[in-house]
Structure formats: structure tokens, C-alpha cells
Design a protein around this ligand. Structure first.
Ligand SMILES: [Zn+2]
Length: 149
């Protein structure tokens, strides 16, 4: 186990292992409900079993843990201090899988918005990104607002 984490951080990280219904995901779902846009959860028929799928709009929202999915430049995506080879192999496989799934989805005409767990703290910005991504009120949307971080 990583021995450099506080118990709280460790349990937070453990819940990220292919985690479903994580707190960040619940926050995103709450925002979606407030927009009235219908969605399905954890759709196994699609590559990577995406978290939130809005089939009519051909849109997918993926909520990712920064550590497990290696959020670029994020302080939560730190290098594990112990068993580095084991962790690097595992984490690199996660990133490769994410990329592959995104490529297949985009080939099939799906638009994918990735929301990182560290981004849910700014609820206003998150709401705006989701609303722009779903084109609920596109007049106020700048392309950068929904760009992947
Ligand atoms: Zn992050």
C-alpha cells in the first residue's frame, strides 16, 4: 500500500478503483438533474462502461479520479513513493485504457466530457461546463469552457 497517504486520502483513493457512484459523480448527477436532461448510468454496452450517458444527445460524461486516471499537472496525481514499478504499470494501463475508449467512442460519434474529481469544488464553473457541453444555453459558451483540462 502507499504509505505516504493519510487514512482519509487513502480511503478516498480506494473508492476510485473503478469506483461507481463516487461523491464527484453524485455531484455531477445532481447538476444534471437540475437541467432536466435525461441520462443513463454505467452503460456496459459502450466501451469502458461510461459513467453518465445521454444517448439522444450522443454525449457522455466521464468522472475521473485524479490519482487513478493521472490528471495531467494535478497535485492529486502524484507519484507513489513505494512500489513504483507496480503502480506505474497499473496507472499507465488506466490511462491507456481511457485513451482507447475515448478514441472508439469518438469514432462512433460520441462527444465525451471528462470531469476530474478536483474540478467538482468549483460548482459554478462545473455547472457552466456541463450546460455548455449539453448545449442547453450555447449562446454564452466559449469553446474553452468545455475543453478538456
Ligand atoms: Zn485533478
Amino acid at each position: 500500500m502507499i504509505d505516504t497517504l493519510t487514512p482519509e486520502a487513502r480511503s478516498r483513493n480506494m473508492s476510485r478503483i473503478r469506483g461507481k457512484n463516487t461523491k464527484p459523480e453524485l455531484v455531477v448527477r445532481r447538476i444534471l438533474r437540475s437541467t432536466g436532461v435525461g441520462y443513463r448510468l454505467h452503460v456496459k454496452a459502450l466501451p469502458g462502461c461510461p459513467d453518465i450517458v445521454m444517448a439522444g444527445r450522443r454525449r457522455i460524461i466521464e468522472v475521473r479520479g485524479c490519482f487513478w486516471h493521472r490528471h495531467p499537472g494535478c497535485r492529486f496525481a502524484y507519484e507513489p513513493k513505494t512500489r513504483q514499478e507496480f503502480w506505474n504499470t497499473k496507472l499507465e494501463a488506466n490511462v491507456a485504457r481511457d485513451r482507447q475508449n475515448e478514441a472508439i467512442l469518438s469514432e462512433k460519434g460520441w462527444h465525451v466530457l471528462v470531469i476530474w474529481e478536483c474540478e467538482i469544488r468549483d460548482l459554478g464553473a462545473l455547472r457552466e461546463r456541463i450546460s455548455c457541453f449539453l448545449e442547453i444555453d450555447p449562446t454564452n459558451c466559449h469553446p474553452a469552457a468545455i475543453a478538456k483540462v
